[in-house]
Write a protein that binds this ligand. Structure first.
Ligand code: CP
Ligand code: NVA
Length: 310
């Protein structure tokens, strides 16, 4: 059954229904196939996407820009330093004005509330390109990658090691939607947000998924189908970096840890990686790593989102 998603904001996976997640994943597969066969597909001719980046980006910026181009539309990179936002114009007024020019808005910023505020005053769909709390486009692309490599994610065990950050939150919400068990293995003091864990657990109950919290990496990876990690210091937290290195050292994804996991376990990382910190060269460049397939799938997944909501 097709679900009408025109005009829908994509702020957090939690806001999507299970049917919408399924439709996004299925549409992404169609996008990928069309790209492979060279079949032209340009439903966004004459449409524009504005992209506001308050934080750095390689994958998100380039993949959204290329996605709009391939779909026949156009993407504008909006540097907040050059917008009147920087001089105090409100997010609400910015949303009202940009909605008069654009057909969609993508934003990467710090506080998640800035994105909800933008969406509340925008008459065009707003897509979250990462906040301190969530990274929905990445986690949706990860579900696509998992489905390609392992088949249905329902019943699989994803074990995330490291900081209970925006990726941990979006992976819990993603797992809950599709019935995939998600274990977050973090040092005490660096767990995901309590309310988000609870919300994910409530949602997971509906799909049969389990959301677990653990502290001991060797035990956590024993039954892992997917081992996932991310940087120990997310953007905006650089000031805490030095202390974190010591705290997170036991959570490094290295060859010794992989030996404790099933040999079919695959390794994922949203990138950028800090090689030698959360993941070693041997693992990220090794046969179990699927990190660059993950990165590629951002393009196909975001083309699906753009074509569905604009
Ligand atoms: N994974 C991800 O969002 O990468 P960028 O920070 O390069 O966009
Ligand atoms: N957790 C990381 C993800 C980067 C894509 C960060 O927020 O910096």
């Amino acid at each position: 059954m097709a679900v009408q998603m025109k005009g829908k904001h994509i702020l957090s996976i939690h806001d999507l229904t299970g049917e919408e997640v399924r439709q996004i994943l299925d549409t992404a597969k169609i996008m990928k196939m069309k790209k492979l066969t060279g079949a032209p597909f340009q439903p966004l001719q004459g449409k524009t996407l504005g992209m506001i980046f308050q934080k750095s980006s390689t994958r998100t910026r380039i993949s959204f820009e290329v996605a709009m181009w391939q779909l026949g539309g156009y993407a504008l990179f909006l540097n907040p330093a050059d917008l009147q936002l920087k001089r105090g114009e409100t997010i609400a007024d910015t949303a009202r004005v940009l909605s008069r020019y654009l057909d969609g808005l993508m934003i990467r910023t710090h506080a998640h509330e800035e994105v909800t505020e933008l969406a509340a005053h925008s008459t065009v769909p707003v897509i979250n390109g990462l906040t301190d709390l969530f990274h929905p486009c990445q986690a949706l692309a990860d579900l696509l990658t998992i489905e390609e490599k392992k088949g249905s994610p329902a019943g699989l065990n994803l074990v995330y090691l490291g900081d209970g950050n925006n990726m941990a939150h979006s992976l819990m919400y993603g797992g809950a939607k599709v019935g995939m068990n998600v274990t977050i293995c973090s040092p005490p003091g660096y767990l995901p947000d309590k309310d988000i864990i609870e919300t994910a657990r409530v949602e997971a109950a509906a799909t049969g998924a389990l959301i677990n919290i653990e502290h001991e990496p060797a035990g956590a990876v024993k039954k892992a189908d997917i081992i996932y990690t991310d940087v120990w210091t997310s953007m905006g937290r650089e000031g805490e970096g030095a202390g974190r290195l010591e705290t997170f050292a036991p959570y490094q994804v290295n060859s010794a840890l992989l030996e404790k996991a099933p040999k079919e376990a695959l390794v994922m990382h949203c990138l950028p990686a800090h090689r030698g910190e959360e993941i070693t060269d041997a693992v990220i460049d090794g046969p179990q790593s699927i990190v660059f397939d993950q990165a590629e799938n951002r393009l196909h997944l975001q083309k699906a989102i753009l074509a569905l909501v604009i």
